[in-house]
Ligand binder design. Structure first.
Ligand code: NAG
Ligand code: NAG
Ligand code: NAG
Ligand code: NAG
Length: 293
């Protein structure tokens, strides 16, 4: 009996810990103007919650992340959770005009997704034009409680976000480059956690020093849209013969994105949805409040 009770207690603890290991982590992000001083002068930037970088999000594998975004900036805004596999939550991915239309100035939207089967240090950033230059922060997914790190547990962890700084409004830099067709202006400094290094003018008192031992790997992925199969096994569309220019041209010119823009050439950037065979493995429709154009 004692043994049975003991096992019951074990079972209860197990249930409790598995419940505890899938928390709902909820945050609010206020995106708005922030005046900061860098490289000897003041600059108005767009930032989350008055800091550059924005808040670090810390979750565990299995958690649900809920981020309420209040766009108090003068710009269209979306947030992208860089490197997150959106498992059945593709509508929360965030690229503007691809999975959603932007959150307009004065608008709000709640991103909600589960961080299943993935761990590591990622980042979140604006996904509208160049706003990612100042609207970004770290997203740290630790193993579930009681599960080990896939490497020796570090004594201390310091997120390091590398960036670039312009002595200008980054939206103006982008607009100017698009208008003139010229290269966008080079940045004025490289930054670590939003601060230029000691060797830049007026940057000697940044009070941060790091020794970087391992290298940083940039993960740049481009994906091409083909279609959104709804059957159990994804079906690739029939591609025209390599020399069938009229058909290829027709295919590319009729691809449209959320913005009703016809792309004259090349490929549209979007995503491929691979639904599984069951209802539980099928992408649900977009949330009713997903920003539309
Ligand atoms: C961001 O700022 C808002 C408003 O001050 C606050 O309620 C919220 O908790 C902050 N979020 C984070 C992640 O710090
Ligand atoms: C925010 O900054 C932009 C760009 O500098 C400016 O046009 C706008 O007036 C500012 N908005 C507020 C509310 O300060
Ligand atoms: C880009 O650089 C040029 C040359 O220095 C400067 O005249 C221009 O104002 C810059 N553009 C922006 C948007 O800062
Ligand atoms: C903001 O997004 C809307 C689509 O939701 C688009 O029509 C509009 O042109 C965008 N504004 C700017 C300044 O890009």
């Amino acid at each position: 009996m004692l043994r049975l009770l003991f096992c019951l207690a074990c079972a209860l603890i197990l249930v409790a810990s598995s419940v505890a290991s899938a928390a709902i982590v909820e945050h609010s992000f206020h995106v708005k103007n922030l005046t900061v001083r860098r490289l000897c002068s003041e600059q108005v930037i767009t930032a989350v919650n008055g800091s550059l970088p924005g808040p670090t999000l810390r979750v565990r594998e299995g958690d649900t992340l809920v981020v309420h975004v209040f766009n108090k900036s003068p710009y269209n805004m979306t947030l992208h959770w860089h490197g997150v596999f959106q498992l059945l939550s593709a509508w929360a991915d965030g690229p503007g005009m691809i999975t959603q239309c932007p959150i307009p100035p004065g608008g709000k939207y709640t991103y909600k997704f589960k961080l299943l089967k993935q761990e590591g240090t990622l980042w979140w950033h604006a996904h509208v034009g160049w706003l990612r230059a100042t609207v970004y922060g770290a997203l740290i997914i630790r193993p579930r409680s009681g599960h080990p790190y896939p490497f020796p547990k570090p004594d201390k962890e310091v997120p390091i976000l590398l960036g670039e700084w312009w002595n200008a409004n980054v939206v103006d830099v982008e607009t100017q480059a698009l208008a003139t067709g010229a290269q966008p202006n080079n940045s004025d400094a490289f930054t670590i956690n939003g601060l230029p290094g000691d060797l830049y003018p007026c940057s000697q008192n940044s009070k941060q020093s790091y020794v970087i031992i391992s290298s940083v790997i940039m993960d740049i992925r481009d994906m091409n849209i083909i279609g959104a199969p709804t059957t159990a096994s994804p079906i690739m569309p029939l591609m025209p013969a390599f020399n069938d220019t009229p058909t290829a041209h027709k295919f590319f010119t009729t691809i449209t994105g959320l913005a009703d823009v016809h792309l004259p050439l090349g490929l549209a950037t979007a995503f491929v949805v691979e639904n599984g065979p069951t209802k539980e493995s099928t992408l649900p429709p977009p949330p009713p409040d997903l920003p539309r154009c």
